[in-house]
Design a protein around this ligand. Structure first.
Ligand SMILES: [Mg+2]
Length: 222
């Protein structure tokens, strides 16, 4: 029987936070903005980056390029800045080689998430992807997990795993969607108000090692 695992993208498989800080510093330098602009820019895109975000940025710093042009440049810059560790890419291959169906369930706009998936080499290493914008819902909505499962040729009703860094959207959302869960803690403590994940690991590489171990495989196939 095929086993399913869905991964979050940002700060799970790729270091979005690092890429955003690099981008903000470059952006501030490109437009000769004041020193504190870099911090403000990070705050502007931290939670969510949308085309409309750049209407605000353009007005705030009185920039000449159109908001659409700034947004497209942002997508390109972030896609160039993000990296997926080689061990994680190899881990995705190893999962699929051992019978896992591997998918990505990510919140964001389709163009930037797809650009990151292409640039990091992840797009060619997964069975299916669901970007929230394409289904008109965001994690923790079950529709996003279901669409990712279907993109992988599976269904949530067949069970599976969700791996992610966000306690609410990835782990609580995944659990409510009927998936078992692995939380990427990135050095943080689990928020006690939420039901605990099945496993806590420091990073995606450790999550993949856990999935490749016999214990996770058996628990999914039963
Ligand atoms: Mg994330």
């Amino acid at each position: 029987m095929q086993r399913l695992v869905l991964f979050d993208l940002d700060n799970t498989l790729i270091d979005r936070n690092g890429a955003i800080h690099d981008w903000a510093a470059q952006f501030a330098a490109r437009y000769a903005l004041a020193d504190h602009a870099s911090t403000q820019l990070v705050e502007s895109v931290q939670e969510r980056a949308l085309p409309a975000t750049f209407e605000t940025v353009r007005a705030q710093y009185r920039l000449r390029p159109s908001a659409d042009s700034l947004w497209r440049q942002y997508c390109s810059d972030i896609a160039t800045a993000v990296r997926c560790p080689q061990k994680v890419l190899a881990g995705m291959d190893a999962l699929r080689a051992t019978g896992w169906r591997v998918g990505i369930a990510t919140n964001g706009t389709t163009d930037i998430q797809n650009a990151k998936l292409q640039a990091t080499g992840l797009m060619g290493r997964v069975d299916g992807v669901c970007v929230s914008e394409s289904v008109g819902a965001r994690k923790p909505a079950p529709a996003v997990f279901e669409a990712a499962a279907v993109a992988c040729g599976s269904r949530l009703s067949q069970g599976g795993w969700m791996v992610g860094d966000n306690p609410e959207t990835d782990i609580d959302g995944g659990r409510r969607a009927g998936l078992r869960t692995i939380w990427i803690h990135n050095g943080r403590a689990w928020p006690g108000r939420l039901a605990a994940p099945d496993h806590c690991v420091p990073d995606a590489e450790a999550a993949i090692a856990l999935l490749l171990a016999d214990g996770c495989s058996r628990s999914v196939t039963t």
